[in-house]
Each structure stands twice: as structure tokens, then as C-alpha cells.
Design a binder for this molecule. Structure first.
Ligand code: NAD
Length: 255
């Protein structure tokens, strides 16, 4: 009998936007696989709470308040990870915001905010992680959270769709550039997943019915559905995969 067991023992992971929702589930799943986890968020209380939840269950975690748009804050967070948790082996770029608004009404500042957090934030964190991984010389895993809306549109979300499509091709470029350093860069594109970001939207019964009728697996996603793939992509089991974005969407994008 062959038994598979994913262990991330000895690895340190940073998860951005991990104070709630999908990022929180990813941080907890990585910790359950024995990684040491930096729980990042702009919301310090939320990050500290998740970090504490992990430690209560016997895991190792540290909260880190940093805005993924701000290089100096990101660098400080990575320095803390190296100093206090022994290096940086896995980065999950999860922090993101959504904007639902007709394209002709989006203000310049609103456009910039979505692109800055979702796309520029992903790049800045990936770049900082890669510098640390290159100087350490042991490779690493970078996982970028995109969306089904990186591949298909569901109006009115122009800035969001642009940012998430950008992440998918950024993932390919970074994977190609950093393969020689043993750094794998992959993406996860969640479908409709129940979190604080989406629960008000899903609580409208007509919206919920519309979505369920179009999801082949006929249910909304759970944060844990995304976290399971993140653990696999962070582990040695995915060592020959790079530059790919995998859709965890109950089949939404196959139709
Ligand atoms: P959420 O709003 O519940 O959580 C996002 C977290 O990111 C929050 O804790 C927030 O404080 C943090 N954050 C926001 N801006 C930040 C910044 N500048 N720096 C650091 N942290 C910041 O969202 P979620 O539903 O858990 O989504 C997580 C990711 O998954 C996002 O990138 C989102 O676009 C993506 N996604 C979600 C869904 C879904 O249906 N929920 C679907 C596809 C993709």
C-alpha cells in the first residue's frame, strides 16, 4: 500500500492577506502541513488572531502587518521571516480586492488601487521573495492567487479582470525567468468561493441561483478547496510544474 503524506517541515511560508478568507485557510493548511507561517495582512488584529489560532493548534506562526503595495514594508516582513523563522521558501500572493462598477464609471484612483494591490503587490512580493531565495541558493515556490476572472469576464469588473489576467501572464514570465534558480512560480484561479469578500454578494438569492446553475459541480467553493492546492504547489510533489495557473472553480471555466 502506498501512502502519500505532504510535509512542509523545515519550510517557512509567507501568505499575504491571510487575516481572513482564502488567505487564512491557506495559512492554516500550510501550518497543518508543518510549515512555519508568516500571516500577513494590512489588518494587524486579523493577522494576529489567525497567527494565534495556528499556534493554539500546535503550529508555528508570526503575524506581519504590511501593505503589499509598499516595498519598504514588504522588505521588513521578509527580513523578519528570515530572522525569526529561518528563511523563506514559499510565498503565497493572496492579498486582493474586488471592484464591481461599470467600466465607464471607474475613477482613475479606483483603477490604480485595484491594479496596485492585486497586480503590483503580487509582483513586489514575488520579487522580494525571489531575491531572498536566489541568495539562499535553495530555490523555492511562489504561488499567485488569480481568479476565474483572469480568464473570462463577468462584468462589471474591468479593473479586477485586468489585474487577475495580468497575474496569469506574470506567473508565466516569472516562472521562465526564475526556473534557473530552482524557483517554481504557479497560480491558482479560484472560482466562486464563500469568504468575507463575497458573502454579501452570494446572500442575494437570485445571484446564488444564477451561479449555482452555471457551476457544473453545483456548489460554491470553500476556502479549503483553494488551500488544498496551495499545499500541493508548495510541496515537492509539484516539483515539475511551473508557470501554470490551475482553476479551482467547480468547472465554471470549462463551459
Ligand atoms: P477577503 O476580502 O475575504 O480577504 C482579503 C484579505 O486581504 C483581507 O484580510 C484584507 O485585509 C487583505 N488585504 C487587502 N489589501 C491588502 C494589502 N494592500 N496588503 C495586505 N493585505 C491586504 O478576500 P478573499 O475572498 O479571501 O480573496 C482572497 C484572494 O482570492 C484575492 O486575491 C481574491 O481576488 C481571490 N479570489 C477570491 C474569490 C472569491 O470568490 N472569494 C474568487 C477568485 C479569486
Amino acid at each position: 500500500m502506498i501512502s502519500l503524506h505532504i510535509s512542509l517541515e523545515g519550510k517557512t511560508a509567507i501568505v499575504t492577506g491571510a487575516g481572513r478568507g482564502i488567505g487564512k485557510a491557506i495559512a492554516k493548511a500550510l501550518a497543518a502541513a508543518r510549515a512555519k507561517v508568516v500571516v500577513n495582512d494590512v489588518d494587524w488584529d486579523a493577522a494576529a488572531q489567525v497567527s494565534q489560532e495556528i499556534e493554539v493548534r500546535g503550529g508555528i506562526a508570526k503575524p506581519a502587518k504590511a501593505d503589499v503595495r509598499v516595498s519598504s514594508e514588504i522588505v521588513q516582513m521578509f527580513q523578519m521571516a528570515v530572522r525569526e523563522l529561518g528563511g523563506i521558501h514559499v510565498l503565497v500572493n493572496n492579498a486582493g480586492i474586488v471592484l464591481r462598477k461599470p467600466a465607464e464609471e471607474i475613477l482613475e484612483g479606483e483603477w490604480d488601487r485595484v491594479i496596485d494591490i492585486n497586480l503590483k503587490g503580487t509582483f513586489l512580493c514575488a520579487q522580494t521573495a525571489a531575491k531572498a531565495m536566489i541568495s539562499e541558493g535553495k530555490g523555492g515556490k511562489i504561488i499567485n492567487i488569480s481568479s476565474i476572472m483572469g480568464a473570462v469576464a463577468l462584468p462589471p469588473r474591468a479593473a479586477y479582470c485586468a489585474s487577475k489576467g495580468g497575474i496569469i501572464n506574470l506567473t508565466r514570465d516569472l516562472a521562465a525567468e526564475w526556473a534557473k534558480y530552482g524557483i517554481a512560480v504557479n497560480g491558482i484561479a479560484p472560482g466562486w468561493t464563500v469568504t468575507e469578500m463575497t458573502q454579501t454578494y452570494f446572500s442575494q438569492e437570485p445571484v446564488r441561483q444564477f451561479l449555482l446553475e452555471r457551476i457544473p459541480l453545483n456548489r460554491l467553493g470553500k476556502p479549503e478547496d483553494i488551500a488544498n492546492l496551495a499545499v500541493f504547489l508548495a510541496s515537492d510533489y509539484s516539483d515539475y510544474i511551473t508557470g501554470q495557473t490551475i482553476y479551482v472553480d467547480g468547472g465554471w471555466t470549462i463551459l
